[in-house]
Design a protein around this ligand. Structure first.
Ligand code: 6R9
Length: 635
């Protein structure tokens, strides 16, 4: 079991050095010993960041579901694979064993085939956190269809944009979803989206809330009767290592969301290997990641990584505040959760509630705590460490991205000494670099710069669906021969990394990446709006909240500004989703612009941060007078 499971710091350094000196040998050994291949590779790695082109395990053949399910049946058939915890505390939790998962995935895969889906077709999955979500993801992978999961909190416009971009032929959804005390009409949102999606010919509908919905004849089909009739054996499609496994959209700084394409073999190897080490998962542990499968965290660390290790992975349908703010801890106690992985925004929201609801529950099963999605501030780190981990469960602050597929910079629990707010050390095989503004790598410690990666790793995204040029421009053009992350970072005196936040126009709100451009586009749709600029400002629960500067077409005299604010947020909700709503909207007569017409967001950001003592150089502005006016009326 060489190198697969790292248990002390010396070993980390030793394995890390090997992974950097002989990356191909290193990954070959991991791939060889821990996975099931239909055919082994001819070449471990070929790469060229100038194209960019990266291939891992070329020539290999496999099916990821055989690795996540079939191979466990002999030894773990009756072990719980997925532990489903419903929104409502009165509904029983459901344990799906590996045997049952095999059967359900195979049945679902046969339904997909019967409905005309075949290898390479794109299938959009728009489901709440119910077992069908994980099962449909795996069913696609079983037959080689490319899944594109869209988070079920996105609006109909956001959904149709994503469906059309990758020309999905099928949508899998449910009648509705539960979210705390509310129900959401998911099918209605799908119906609305599909008015603009000629590529979709079939909609499969899972029953969850038993609501009255309309079914369009010929297009919409109830899932359950089809599953009931399907065979529970479906031969796994033999996939090539570099065949696409899925598309997952992430926000860019401009316009259209980017459909990041992940491929099969490298993604599997890296997510499995990181899962094992970053969570120090041991057989019979119960692991829980609170993310939604609509995000990369859920893909890699609810579904693929855990199942590839034969783990028990919890899927929670609800929200941390329902029926009260003790829900997470109630679930930890109930299922004796050993590894708990969540986001700083959730920690801050829970910390606000005090510790009474924490103390009510027995959290002694916890061994490792994880954090992901945004920088974790010192206060939240300590609250998590003191009250949830009781100072004995290490916190793994894991930095990574949709684009990286798996965790990149992180402590290994019980191995790497942690340091609040630091993601600490690169994971095995990851070669980070900090770059200065002249494109030079900054060597040594106690430095900061733009975070890049200078060598390929197995789970990196290979392209943007339908737009390889954009992939190159976004990630491989800022710095020669390096992958640019869009984040800033510092490296301390011992070589630990701390991520300082985005250096582009992406704002992370409650852990969700939001591009400013699409929100501005939405705001500008309001008939009274002439122009707008969105920036982030610090928020004690969400991390960042959105501040909009809006110029109205007329002076706005006589208009009810609060009504306009409401309407703007309504439009944003329709176009993107409620997560992108603006917390503050300031009406202004102008926006600070450079002579080339670019909005100087740096100034707007400072004003939103209430940090106006040093606005920096404003002399290059076309309209410097507007700055004072904006400051005087800041919210
Ligand atoms: C996995 C995920 C990616 C962006 C990333 C960075 C921020 C994620 C972080 C973190 C500081 C951490 N981010 N984890 N920042 N510390 N531990 O979140 O993917 O949704 O694509 O977001 O999130 O800014 O660039 P994704």
């Amino acid at each position: 079991m060489s190198n697969y499971h790292i248990k002390h710091l010396e070993e980390y350094y030793q394995v890390y050095r090997k992974s950097v000196r002989e990356p191909e040998n290193f990954w070959e050994e991991i791939a060889e010993e821990h996975f099931m291949w239909r055919k082994k590779w001819d070449k471990v790695l070929s790469w060229d960041f100038s194209k960019p082109e990266v291939k891992w395990f070329e020539g290999a053949q496999l099916n990821i579901t055989e690795n996540c399910i079939d191979r466990h049946l002999a030894t773990r058939g009756d072990k719980t694979a997925i532990l489903f915890e419903p929104n409502d505390t009165n509904e029983a939790s459901e344990k799906i064993t590996y045997n049952q998962l095999y059967e359900r995935v195979n049945k679902f895969a046969n339904v997909l085939k019967a409905q005309g889906v075949s290898k390479g077709d794109r299938v959009c999955i728009y489901l709440p956190m119910i077992p069908e979500l994980a099962i449909s993801v795996l069913a696609c992978a079983r037959i080689g269809a490319i899944h594109s999961v869209v988070f079920a909190g996105f609006s109909s416009t956001a959904l149709s944009t994503r469906i059309n971009d990758s020309e999905c032929k099928m949508v899998i959804t449910s009648d509705g979803s539960y979210r705390g005390a509310k129900t959401i009409d998911l099918k209605g949102i799908v119906d609305e989206a599909l008015k603009d999606c000629p590529c979709v010919d079939t909609v499969l509908v899972a029953k969850r809330i038993n609501s009255e919905i309309t079914m369009e004849a010929g297009r919409d089909k109830w899932l359950q009767p089809l599953l009931d009739e399907a065979s529970s054996e479906c031969e796994a499609e033999v996939m090539k290592a570099e065949d696409p496994l899925f598309i997952l959209y992430t926000s860019g700084s401009t316009g259209m969301p980017k459909g990041m394409v992940h491929t099969t073999a490298g993604y599997m190897v890296y997510t499995a290997y990181t899962f094992k080490n970053v969570f120090q998962y041991r057989e019979n542990d119960v692991y829980w990641c609170t993310a939604d499968i609509g995000w990369i965290t859920g893909h890699s660390y609810i579904v693929y990584g855990p199942l590839a290790n034969g783990a028990t992975t919890v899927m929670f349908e609800g929200v941390p505040s329902y029926p009260d703010f003790g829900r997470f801890w109630e679930i930890v106690e109930k299922h004796k959760v050993n590894q708990f992985y969540t986001a700083p925004t959730a920690i801050r929201a829970l910390a606000k509630q005090g510790t009474e609801l924490v103390e009510k529950y027995d959290l002694s099963s916890l061994k490792t705590l994880g954090s992901v999605g945004e920088p974790i501030n010192e206060e939240a780190w300590h609250w998590y460490n003191d009250n949830i981990g009781k100072k004995k469960s290490p916190i793994v602050d894991t930095w990574w991205q949709t684009e990286t597929g798996g965790i990149m910079i992180t402590p290994i629990p019980f191995v790497t000494p942690t340091k609040p707010t630091y993601a600490t050390l690169p994971f095995i095989g990851i070669q980070p670099a900090l770059m200065d503004e002249h494109g030079e790598e900054i060597k040594g410690n106690q430095v900061d710069g733009r975070l890049c990666v200078k060598f390929p790793w197995p789970s990196m995204a290979r392209t943007i669906w339908g737009n390889h040029q954009r992939y190159k421009d976004t990630y491989f053009s800022a710095f020669e021969n390096k992958y640019f992350t869009g984040d800033g970072a510092l490296r301390d005196e011992v070589g630990y990394y701390r991520i300082t936040g985005r250096v582009d126009d992406v704002i992370i709100v409650s852990g969700h990446n939001l591009g400013t451009a699409p929100i501005e586009d939405a705001v500008n749709e309001h008939p009274a709006v002439a122009e707008s600029a969105i920036v982030g400002f610090p928020h004690d629960v969400k991390g960042n909240a959105l501040y909009g500067y809006v110029i109205l077409k007329d002076t706005g005299e006589g208009r009810d500004h609060n009504n306009v604010r409401k309407e703007i947020n309504q439009i944003i909700t329709e176009h993107i989703g409620p997560i992108a709503k603006l917390d503050k909207i300031q009406f202004t007569s102008g926006l600070p612009k450079t002579r080339s017409g670019k909005i100087m967001r740096r100034i707007l950001r400072k004003i939103a941060h209430k940090d106006t003592s040093n606005l920096g150089d404003t002399s290059t502005l076309l309209n410097p007078e507007v700055v004072q006016d904006i400051m005087d009326n800041a919210l």
